[in-house]
Design a protein around this ligand. Structure first.
Ligand SMILES: NC(=O)c1ccc[n+]([C@@H]2O[C@H](COP(=O)([O-])OP(=O)(O)OC[C@H]3O[C@@H](n4cnc5c(N)ncnc54)[C@H](O)[C@@H]3O)[C@@H](O)[C@H]2O)c1
Length: 332
């Protein structure tokens, strides 16, 4: 049986990943400090004989040494996530995103020196492209960050350092690493509390409250369902050609945020209106956004036989159904 470590496994993507790994018959250890996640996200697999949950900070060296001692694979998802959180806590973002990655890689290099090549997946982000003006981002494109006085870039820059560290361990030691740059992943259990747009819109629409759209709503994003994203991640981790490489993962179907709000209102039959809010009011005076963020998926599609199953309409309907069900479900 393969033994897998999932850091951040009580979070949105991590909980779905943990379920998928257990369903494949793997033994999973989850480490999560519940800073933005919650072990209740793993309720569906609670008590599973092959699941071990550890509440703790993956920035703690002795915990890292303990949980990496016998694993065969590591999926590193624990991070400070969400634009709102990053704008509020830039120092914690930098520390949470760099320090644990460095320690995990150190521990895996030590295992590699003992003859154990542990495969490592790093959850990176489209934020590493910063404000590159290209209409579609390819993995070899330049990273274009704004000034260090603008805190939001600390998220992308810290994830870029993680990528450099992982690639350095591959180059210097042959450590088998795979890096996935996620573009707006959505699905059940994603919290809207840290600035994630689609859960915010869905909750507001169902409550017939205004949908708050930042700036003029013309900023463009692509939304992929977490199930599609995880199929790609799991396939990449089984593909030798993926090792030592970086992949865009997500949807390449763009939509403006204002239009997304209109589609959520229409699909939900809500009486909500759309309310525009400046970035200065939503975040802070110095906040800068990325106007357009669309991935080029050709490297991913040339490496694994991957096509997304869910389009945006299906995603919106699934999220509405899930939110309606969770709102009406009796408390556990
Ligand atoms: N959701 C997206 O659209 C998206 C986009 C790009 C990248 N990502 C990346 O995917 C990963 C998962 O994101 P998510 O959307 O599931 O967010 P999430 O906040 O639900 O998951 C992160 C999890 O990590 C945990 N965590 C944070 N710091 C920790 C620490 N030091 N020790 C232990 N646990 C810690 C949190 O409690 C949380 O459960 C992150 O690395 C994120 O940067 C997500």
């Amino acid at each position: 049986m393969t033994h897998v470590l999932v850091t951040g496994g009580a979070g949105f993507i991590g909980s779905h990943l943990t379920e998928a790994l257990l369903a494949r018959g793997e033994a999973v250890t989850v480490v999560d400090d519940q800073s933005t996640g919650d072990f209740r996200n793993l309720a569906a697999v609670d008590g599973h004989p092959h699941l071990t949950c550890i509440e703790g900070d993956i920035g703690n060296r002795s915990l890292v040494e303990q949980v990496t001692a016998r694993v065969d694979q590591v999926y590193h998802l624990a991070a400070a996530v969400g634009v709102a959180l990053i704008a509020r806590q830039p120092k914690e973002t930098i520390q949470r995103n760099i320090h644990p990655t460095e320690m995990l890689l150190d521990a895996l290099v030590a295992r590699w020196r003992q003859g154990d090549p542990v495969r490592f997946f790093l959850a990176s982000t489209s934020e590493v492209y910063g404000k590159n003006p290209k209409p579609r981002f390819s993995e070899e494109d330049d990273l274009v960050f704004g000034a260090t006085t603008c805190a939001r870039w600390s998220y992308g820059a810290s994830k870029a350092i993680d990528e450099f560290l992982a690639l350095a361990c591959h180059r210097e030691y042959g450590l088998p690493v795979v890096i996935g740059r996620f573009f707006n992943v959505v699905g059940p259990r994603q919290s809207g509390a840290y600035g994630m747009v689609l859960p915010r819109f869905v909750n507001a629409a169902l409550a017939n409250q205004p949908l708050i759209v930042h700036d003029d709503g013309s900023q463009v994003r692509c939304f992929a369902h977490v199930a599609d994203v995880l199929v790609a991640v799991l396939q990449l981790m089984e593909t030798p050609r993926a090792i030592g490489r970086v992949f865009n993962i997500g949807s390449d179907q763009p939509i403006a945020i204002g239009e997304l709000a209109r589609q959520v209102i229409a699909a939900s039959g809500s009486t909500s209106t759309i309310q525009l809010l400046s970035y200065a009011e939503a975040y802070d005076r110095d906040f800068e956004d990325v106007r357009r963020r669309v991935p080029d998926l050709s490297r991913l599609q040339a490496t694994i036989p991957h096509r997304n199953h869910y389009d945006l309409q299906a995603i919106i309907h699934k999220l509405l159904d899930h939110a309606r069900h969770s709102h009406t479900a009796p408390p556990p």
